[in-house]
Design a binder for this molecule. Structure first.
Ligand code: G3H
Ligand code: 13P
Ligand code: ZN
Length: 323
């Protein structure tokens, strides 16, 4: 049965981005697939008094069951209210790959949907994005489009290399599609292996020159940064210390994120750092307590560490205290 996002206690991204743009910070967009991740996001953002965008990918929807997720989200909103908080909460489809999927999410109460046509030909990207915008806007749901290709593996498509967003395309794309915000490619990528660098080297800086040109062409228009995990070394080390086998890896340095959020970047997507924290804490607990088999015993500390990580991210994005 179709439901509107307002009935679930959610907001779309219009007001969130307006305030973020004016205030020089970015709204965190955190992915979740299960109850502990959702709890940690809500608890962390309530403690930080930060607005938040909950994100569900196509894979998450399949993993956790779309109907169950539909009921978990208003539960999370209610939990935040019971904690005495009025933080605005949006729900976004992350990397929607078809009109049908985006439409289904609008009908399931999402307040924002991303249609990622970035791997399509330019005109095809415009066509599918415009179609999603038409359906979503009739229901006051906001839409994120994407131009440029991020390197890394997404569930529907894998890219060896990135293609930076072409600034000369952005005005045409935004005006012909009517999107509310635009994801761009300026050197970030998805997953834990973002940069091929030797030990001791620092990752190459993001292409702030491209971002600036986009800002000049689209004054005041909200920009989205995907692939923004810093690949927290502390947790990579814990994973490897307790039997994991992650290769040397590097994410987006925190000073680059801090710089980005002062610009038109109003939404920053973080998933991999949460995965690392959870895996590290579960590995550590089970190694140190091999007799334990109650999932609450190892998921509890993982959830606590996740919450702390989200609080630190809200500080980094400067969204803390902005709810
Ligand atoms: O950008 C992709 C997100 O990290 C979601 O990943 O498709 O494996 O759920 P997923
Ligand atoms: P990370 O893999 O860097 O966390 O990026 C997540 C993302 O962009 C989700 O859309
Ligand atoms: Zn992404």
């Amino acid at each position: 049965m179709a439901v509107g996002y307002r009935e679930l206690g959610l907001v779309n991204t219009k007001e969130l981005f307006k305030k973020a743009m004016d205030g020089g910070y970015a709204v965190p967009a955190y992915n979740f697939n299960n109850m502990e991740q959702l709890q940690a996001i809500i608890m962390g953002c309530v403690e930080s008094n930060s607005p938040v965008i909950l994100q569900i990918s196509k894979g998450a929807r399949k993993y956790a069951n779309q109907t169950l997720l539909r009921y978990m989200v208003p539960g999370a909103v209610e939990m935040a209210r019971e904690m005495g908080s009025q933080i605005p909460i949006a729900l976004n489809l992350d990397h929607g790959d078809s009109y049908e999927l985006a439409k289904s999410c609008v009908d399931y109460g999402f307040s924002n949907v991303m249609i990622d046509g970035s791997s399509l030909q330019y005109e095809e990207n415009i066509e599918v994005t415009r179609k999603v915008v038409e359906y979503a806007h009739e229901r006051d749901v906001t839409v994120e489009g994407e131009l440029g290709v991020l390197a890394g593996i997404e569930e529907h498509v894998s890219h060896e290399v990135s293609h930076y967003t072409k600034p000369e395309e952005v005005e045409d794309f935004v005006s012909r599609t009517g999107v509310d915000c635009l994801a761009i490619s300026i050197g970030t990528s998805h997953g834990a292996y973002k940069f091929k660098i030797k030990p001791g080297e620092t990752p190459p800086p993001l292409r702030f020159d491209i971002l600036e040109e986009i800002e000049n062409r689209l004054p005041g228009f909200p920009i989205v940064l995907h692939g923004a995990s810093s690949v927290l070394h502390k947790y990579v080390d814990i994973i490897n210390q307790y039997g994991g086998k992650l290769d040397d890896t590097a994410g987006v340095p925190e000073d680059q994120i801090q710089r980005a959020v002062q610009s038109a970047v109003c939404k920053v997507n973080i998933d991999s750092d949460g995965r690392l924290v959870m895996t590290a804490m579960i590995r550590k607990y089970l190694t140190e307590n091999p007799q334990e088999f109650d999932p609450r015993k190892y998921l509890g500390p993982a959830r606590e560490a996740l919450k702390e990580m989200y609080i630190a991210k809200c500080d980094l994005l400067d969204s803390a205290g902005k709810a």
